[in-house]
Write a protein that binds this ligand. Structure first.
Ligand SMILES: C[S@@+](CC[C@H](N)C(=O)[O-])C[C@H]1O[C@@H](n2cnc3c(N)ncnc32)[C@H](O)[C@@H]1O
Length: 237
């Protein structure tokens, strides 16, 4: 039986807790996989999981995708290693042939691949505007013309008693704390990186999903987002 890190604080040095509340580990993986499937993911597609952490969705994508189709970008090598040891095992992972890069440069475009899907779950919720711009530019360079960015951000709520820092106010990466954006700010940052973005209706316990594609590409993002309808997922409210 794996140690699920129950009782550990989000962001602490346990592979499940490091990426968020341990009680949500399975749910957040499931919500990511089901959204990718609803958007048309097939086993022959190539996926980049930006900030793949402890493979919340990676452990399922490695089963679903053909060998060699999963790419994970994650500066914290220990968290990927621990997930492989605790959840998957070396033999299974060797057969599925993932590619990992352990760098903090957001270099999605640095892999020897172009992606049908780039997933950035709870990454833009930790980047101030300078890092967000770097990440979105890299994603734009890494996407196929028909490719999709599937991402979340933390919407700013002006009425909140404890508002999160706003994206434009500082620089770099904030963790485990969050950074909030207005949707119009996120859309503008995406546009500056050559991406057209639209909101997605899909469950998430704390953040907001959006979909984006290259402006010079082949995808009508509004139509693709409109084809997805949020299911009611017990536990994701
Ligand atoms: C909130 S966790 C989300 C992990 C994963 N996407 C998920 O949904 O389970 C954020 C992850 O981003 C990683 N991260 C931090 N800096 C990064 C960078 N420069 N590029 C890519 N990932 C980064 C963290 O180490 C952490 O694993």
């Amino acid at each position: 039986m794996v140690d699920k890190g129950e009782g550990e604080r989000p962001g602490s040095h346990h592979y499940r807790a490091f990426v968020g509340p341990p009680k949500d580990y399975d749910l957040l993986g499931g919500l990511q996989l089901s959204l990718l499937l609803a958007l048309g993911l097939r086993e022959h597609h190539t996926v980049c999981d930006v900030g793949c952490g402890s493979l919340r969705v990676g452990r399922m994508l490695l089963s679903y995708l053909e060998p060699g189709r999963y790419f994970g970008l994650e500066p914290e090598e220990w968290v990927v290693r621990a997930a492989i040891e605790e959840e998957l095992g070396d033999d299974f992972v060797a057969r599925r042939r993932p590619t990992f890069r352990h760098t903090a440069d957001y270099a999605v475009g640095g892999f020897d691949a172009r992606f049908d899907y780039v997933l950035a779950q709870s990454i833009l919720s930790h980047t101030y505007a300078d890092d967000a711009a770097t990440l979105l530019t890299q994603i734009s360079a890494g996407l196929e013309p028909s490719g999709l960015l599937v991402a979340t951000f933390y919407p700013s709520r002006p009425s909140s008693k404890n508002p999160l820092p706003r994206g434009a106010d500082n620089s770099g990466w904030r963790y485990p704390g969050n950074v909030a954006y207005e949707w119009t700010e996120m859309q503008e940052m995406a546009a500056a990186a050559g991406l057209r973005a639209t909101l997605l209706d899909w469950p998430h316990p704390r953040q907001q999903w959006f979909l984006a594609a290259r402006v010079d590409g082949e995808v009508d993002v509004a139509r693709r987002a409109g084809s997805v309808r949020s299911p009611h997922v017990v536990g994701a409210d």
